[in-house]
Design a protein around this ligand. Structure first.
Ligand code: PEP
Ligand code: MN
Length: 343
């Protein structure tokens, strides 16, 4: 990590980037409030040979000790990342409330649910068009038709869309609709997909693998960051333990633990861990209290008839009350639900 001086000129910064690249490394620029930091990523030996201390504009060099570099707090000098997604800020005091159905089932289902969550002032709308299902015989999502409906909903309600991509061959089509591409738990270590999503430049919601450690999740995020895609949100969605009393064990300690290691925003998905709607609200409040930068929660206009994950989806009629309670906790921790900044 090459830390530039506060008064380093753009030409000096460019000269260092050129030196890094001519040594066979990749340069990652990170402009902080005061200083610019250049991450030199590459072969250990090439990096070690970069002796840039004393070059014009360079303040000092620091070796990042963690196996993940661009995701590490060290790389951003302990400043949390705050980035913009379709006009909504995420990170810092800006809390992303992401809500919507598990999967897009029909125009009526999507629009009724979207209207409810939009009226409650959420940050983004979720909904899967491509669904990772445990059984190949279960509904796999509406695919292209689902994407088309999401696009319509985005126009109608003005909410950015979060939707999953499961296959690199779908990235182009998904990118036409998605403001955030969700990378599902089962794909957290699909390294070619991570790389391709990184190259797409579309912001990413990276879900924690069912049995992935925090470090493995950070290494997965590094695959996306390494491609120059800086907008990565990490998502704790429950891990597999010996407990069988609920779908997954929601590891809320991952929130402060991750925040001590990374500058990336941390989102919590209480729905897939709880598996039951009456457990979703308490875990959502706990997530907000634990310092999460957002929640992604499933909501449905008729969960009793939902094609998938019905029992865990919050009923539309209960959603405004749910969102109000979240706001109550956010007041305590000094955050607010991020919405569109008026032009
Ligand atoms: C989802 O969010 O719809 C989903 C399938 O989540 P996960 O990948 O965490 O199981
Ligand atoms: Mn689901």
């Amino acid at each position: 990590m090459i830390v530039m001086q506060e008064d380093a000129t753009p030409e000096q910064i460019q000269a260092i980037v050129d030196r890094v690249e001519s040594a066979g490394c990749t340069a990652h620029l990170s402009k902080g409030e005061l200083v610019t930091v250049i991450g030199a990523i590459g072969d250990r030996e090439h990096v070690a040979n970069l002796d840039l201390e004393g070059e014009p504009g360079v303040d000092h060099m620091v070796a990042i000790s963690k196996p993940y570099k661009l995701a590490s707090n060290q790389f951003r000098r302990n400043e949390p990342s705050v980035f913009d997604i379709a006009g909504r800020k995420v990170g810092g005091e800006n809390f992303a409330l992401i809500a919507g159905p598990c999967t897009v089932e029909s125009r009526e289902q999507l629009f009724t649910t979207a209207r409810t969550v939009a009226d409650a002032g959420v940050t983004m709308l979720r909904g899967g068009a491509y669904k990772p299902r445990t059984s190949p015989y279960s509904f796999q999502g509406l695919g292209q038709e689902g994407l088309r409906l999401l696009k319509e909903a985005k126009e109608e309600f003005g909410l950015p869309i979060v939707t999953e991509v499961m296959d690199a061959r779908d990235i182009e089509a998904v990118a036409e609709v998605a403001d955030v591409m969700q990378l599902g738990a089962r794909n957290m270590q699909n390294y070619t997909l991570l790389t391709e999503i990184g190259r797409s430049g579309v912001p990413v919601l990276l879900k924690r693998g069912l049995s992935a450690t925090i470090e493995e999740m950070l290494m997965a995020s590094e695959y996306v960051l390494k491609e120059g895609n800086e907008k990565v949100m990490l998502c704790e969605r429950g891990i597999r333990t010996y407990e069988t009393g609920y779908r997954f064990t929601l590891d809320l300690l991952a929130v402060p633990a991750l925040k001590s290691l990374t500058h990336l925003p941390v989102i919590v998905d209480p729905s897939h861990a709880a598996g039951r709607r009456d457990w979703v609200e308490p875990m959502s409040l706990a997530a907000a209290a634990a310092g999460a930068d957002g929640i992604i929660v499933e909501v449905h206009n008729n969960p009793d008839k939902a094609i998938c994950d019905g029992p865990q989806q919050i009923r539309t009629e209960d959603f405004a009350d749910y969102a109000e309670k979240i706001r109550g906790v956010l007041d305590v921790v000094g955050k607010h639900v991020s919405t569109a900044v008026p032009a």
